[in-house]
Design a protein around this ligand. Sequence first.
Ligand code: SF4
Ligand code: SF4
Length: 161
Amino acid sequence: MTDLPDLTSDCSQCAALCCVGLTLDKGDLFSFDKPAGTPCPNLDGHLCSCHDQLDEIGNHGCVLYDCAGAGQRVTQLRFNGESWRDDPTLLPAMIRDFERLKPLHERMKQLTEAETLALTEALETERQRLLRKCARLWADTPTLASDYEQFLSDLAHHARA
Ligand code: SF4
Ligand code: SF4
């Protein structure tokens, strides 16, 4: 079976990249607006100061969010455990890498979870081929292969088909 990275988010090993990198839009899932690249005002260090009250404050979107392990991958392996908190000049590169790697982790998680579906033999063969390709691309980081963006686009096409 293909060797895959850890696809479970481990926020204790991450520099809160989702709480900084993502846009929050006030509405059903979030109670306030926050632009991408700006630390959430509820952050305390790398931790959410209202983690136990996310539903109460109207941020159910934070409860639902899962980076599939991309956050700790970027923080620990791309930036050797450093954080934008200690060196703000790292922030743009950390957010850029998180944005780039997150879709790959999400696709690997989806493809892994698809193992439980009653796929035809042909689809199962294709699922395994895509997972192997994902794993190769993942192993290519930090450089990310030149066909990375095209591959993500192809995967999105697969998901819609
Ligand atoms: S980016 Fe992922 S690992 Fe980091 S804080 Fe967000 S959910 Fe946790
Ligand atoms: S409310 Fe908490 S979990 Fe949600 S973005 Fe802000 S710091 Fe992160």
